[in-house]
Structure formats: structure tokens, C-alpha cells
Design a protein around this ligand. Structure first.
Ligand SMILES: Nc1nc2c(ncn2[C@@H]2O[C@H](COP(=O)(O)OP(=O)(O)OP(=O)(O)O)[C@@H](O)[C@H]2O)c(=O)[nH]1
Ligand SMILES: [Mg+2]
Length: 218
């Protein structure tokens, strides 16, 4: 009996979250804002990738909502580049949800452009929650190991684009690219997988072109 009750509560939580996410997404679309949910484990280079992508999106206004359990280093880094960025600290929660994004977005003076939402560093929970995004960008790395799509399938299944970061470190780690790609394609037949290095800047032109192409569909 107790088990049945727990499932009902979780369904209600997901339903409420999805309802607010749909409204938030509509509001972004009406404002000409293309929203990207940036997901990945801690330290994969979510912020480092945003720095490269935003730097390359010349002529397009970028906004960032930064999600972290504690601290605001990433927000301050982006603000120092002149980006309008705000911080959400969840104080323990392992993912962002749509009411948090609805509230944070209300604090930004949103004009047409791109809104990047850096989710909490976590390869599990963020994939389960829509937050008003148009697309999900998953960042994985060669340093995490090539088995991640097999062990954390939902994040790879839900992604609209997958960045394989830290490719500058390939000579120093045992990364099996073929095995990784096979695992990705078992979950997701369509998302482009783009090899990047936030250190060298390699690969981000393709990511930026993909974002620009998707923005046209708004
Ligand atoms: N060698 C190398 N280091 C990288 C690359 N991308 C990021 N790093 C380093 O990895 C560390 C984590 O990068 P962040 O961009 O802070 O990662 P994150 O995913 O935003 O981390 P959290 O917000 O804490 O989850 C930093 O020391 C970066 O300099 C890369 O392509 N190559
Ligand atoms: Mg970060």
C-alpha cells in the first residue's frame, strides 16, 4: 500500500512540474527567447562550454541562469564577461525544476536571444525534469569514461545535442570512442554528437551553427 501511495505523489510532482514548464516555454517563445537546458555531471565543462559558445554567438544576446547547490563562482565568471547571469542555489536539491526557472526568469530583462540554463552538476535527476527549455544539451567528457551512455541512459536519451568535451585530453586517457558512440546511438538515434575542447576551443563552431539553426524554428 505504502509503495502505491509514493508513486501517486511522484506522478503529481511530475505533472505540476510539466504544467509550469509548458507555460514557461510558451512565455519564452513569445518573447523570442530560445531556452537551452545544459546538463552534465559535475565538472564536465558546462560553464567552460558556455563561455566558448556565448563568445561565439556574436550579435545574439545571451542570458544564463546558473544552477548550483551552493556558491556563485560560475555566475560571477559569466557576469565578468558582460553576460546577464543570475544564480539559483538549491541548497541541496540535485536538479532544477520549472517553478524555480519561472521565478528566476522573472528577474531577467529578457529580450530576444538565447537563455542558457546550467543545471545542477548531475547525470541523473536533471534528465527527469522539464524546466521550460526548447532543447536539452548534454555535456559528457572523455575523462568520465566511454561507458556513461550505458550507465546513465536517460540523460543520453533525452538530449537534443551531445557535446563530448575535453577532447584535448584524449592522448592521456583510455577513451573508447566507438564504444561510447554505440552506447549513445542505442539510446538516441538523432542527436548530433560533437567533439569539443573548451580548453582549445575546438568544435564549438558546429555547436553554434546548430543553435542558430534551431533558433530559426522558434
Ligand atoms: N583540459 C580540459 N579541461 C577542461 C575542459 N573543459 C573544462 N575543463 C576544466 O574542467 C574543470 C571544470 O570545468 P567547469 O566548466 O567549471 O565545469 P562545470 O561542468 O561547469 O562544473 P560544475 O558547474 O561544478 O558542475 C575546470 O578546471 C576547467 O578548466 C576541456 O575541454 N579540457
Ligand atoms: Mg559550472
Amino acid at each position: 500500500m505504502e509503495e502505491t501511495k509514493e508513486i501517486e505523489i511522484m506522478e503529481a510532482v511530475y505533472d505540476k512540474n510539466d504544467e509550469v514548464a509548458a507555460q514557461t516555454k510558451d512565455s519564452f517563445t513569445q518573447k523570442g527567447i530560445f531556452a537551452i537546458n545544459v546538463m552534465g555531471a559535475p565538472g564536465v565543462g558546462k560553464t567552460s562550454s558556455l563561455v566558448k559558445i556565448i563568445g561565439g554567438l556574436s550579435g545574439i544576446t545571451s542570458y544564463v541562469i546558473e544552477g548550483d547547490i551552493e556558491a556563485d563562482f560560475d555566475t560571477r565568471l559569466l557576469q565578468s564577461m558582460g553576460v546577464e547571469a543570475i544564480q539559483i542555489n538549491t541548497g541541496g536539491a540535485c536538479h532544477l525544476d520549472s517553478p524555480l526557472i519561472e521565478k528566476a526568469a522573472g528577474e531577467l530583462t529578457l529580450k530576444p536571444g538565447v537563455l542558457f540554463i546550467e543545471n545542477i552538476g548531475n547525470l541523473v535527476c536533471p534528465a527527469e525534469f522539464q524546466i521550460g527549455e526548447h532543447v536539452k544539451m548534454l555535456i559528457s567528457t572523455v575523462t568520465e569514461g566511454s561507458d556513461k551512455p550505458y550507465k546513465y541512459p536517460l540523460a543520453f536519451e533525452k538530449a537534443d545535442i551531445i557535446l563530448l568535451n575535453k577532447c584535448d585530453l584524449i592522448p592521456y586517457v583510455d577513451f573508447d570512442e566507438e564504444f561510447f558512440l554505440k552506447g549513445v546511438r542505442a539510446q538516441n538515434k538523432t542527436a548530433p554528437v560533437i567533439k569539443v575542447s573548451a580548453k582549445s576551443g575546438e568544435g564549438y563552431e558546429e555547436v553554434i551553427e546548430w543553435i542558430k539553426g534551431k533558433m530559426k524554428t522558434l
